[in-house]
Design a protein around this ligand. Structure first.
Ligand code: HEC
Length: 270
């Protein structure tokens, strides 16, 4: 089994130019840090937040209502500080929800929109970002500076965490990959991208605390669900459904592992 996994990794290494370990020189690392700082300085993140705030307040859907009364966990209409407690259990849906699934719930209940209509375009492009991407930028931005504090006290929250942990290490698909195949070992990277060990706080904290994020390479604001879907695509898995229990559980696992880290997003990535 182990040998098979290694050979699968060699295939990816060839395809994606993975460089590992000690060969990764310190000055190269400094160059990458310099580059990351440079791209953050010219980032249009605030424009996405402003646009998202406009959409939050915009009346739409069959009920011609805004999302301003949406309960993100701290009470109807409270946005400030809500993101750092998500995912969390919600009594009204009897479900653990992350930011994206909760926004979807509010679109359906407050605005009277159908799930189908509200999820028609959850991922945008550079020409036209999606409503969801603007909204997550706004809500997440309202938690900037607050420490991530995700609870596992409710049985459904601890169940989501456990499921997320299992999914993280679950190997399957054409290459027999799990998340840990790429994100489970110190010092791995693909091209310019370091691959953080996301199952440990040292890796999860800087990564989780900067999503959602603006990606300079394609000039787009991207949500956590997009990040997870794109990694599943790289693993040659079928793409998870929007707001599915699997992506909420993975977000829960990553978020809890990042607990106590001050939220610094929406971030800017290469
Ligand atoms: C084939 C290798 C590969 C696998 C397997 C993989 N990822 Fe990734 N992941 C990447 C790459 C490459 C990036 C960075 C891409 C970039 O920055 O453009 C990344 C980035 C991420 C990030 C953002 C990290 C940061 O610092 O911003 C998260 C979170 C993440 N992956 C989660 C997962 C999860 C959860 C799984 C399993 C469902 C997974 N990945 C499986 C290759 C992989």
């Amino acid at each position: 089994m182990h040998a098979y996994r290694c050979s699968a990794l060699v295939v990816v290494a060839a395809a994606l130019t993975i460089a590992t370990g000690p060969a990764f020189a310190q000055d190269e690392k400094r160059e990458i840090e310099k580059y990351q700082k440079m791209i953050a300085e010219g980032s249009p993140v605030e424009l996405f937040e402003l646009e998202g705030e406009g959409l939050w307040k915009k009346k739409q859907g069959p009920k011609n209502a805004s999302l301003e009364q949406c309960d993100l966990g701290l009470g109807a209409g409270v946005v400030k500080g809500a993101f750092v407690n998500l995912p969390r259990y919600f009594k009204d849906t009897d479900r653990v929800e992350d930011l994206e699934s909760r926004l979807l719930t509010c679109m359906m209940t407050l605005q009277g929109r159908s799930r189908e209509e509200a999820t028609k375009r959850t991922f945008g492009n550079a020409d036209k970002p999606s409503e969801m991407e603007y909204l997550v930028a706004f809500v997440a931005g309202e938690s900037r500076g607050s420490p991530i504090a995700i609870s596992t006290a409710h049985p459904k929250e601890s169940a989501a965490y456990e499921l997320g942990r299992k999914l993280f290490f679950y190997r399957s698909g054409a290459w027999d990959f799990s998340c840990a195949s790429c994100h489970g070992e110190e010092g791995k990277r693909i091209r310019m991208q370091e691959l953080p060990v996301l199952s440990l706080p040292a890796g999860a904290r800087p990564a989780y605390s900067t999503w959602p994020a603006y990606r300079v390479s394609n000039s787009q604001m991207k949500s956590m669900q997009w990040r997870l879907n794109d990694c599943y695509r790289q693993m040659r898995f079928p793409e998870p459904g929007f707001a599915s229990d699997a992506t909420i559980a993975l977000t829960m696992f990553l978020g809890v592992t990042a607990n106590d880290e001050p939220y610094r997003g929406p971030g800017t990535k290469r």
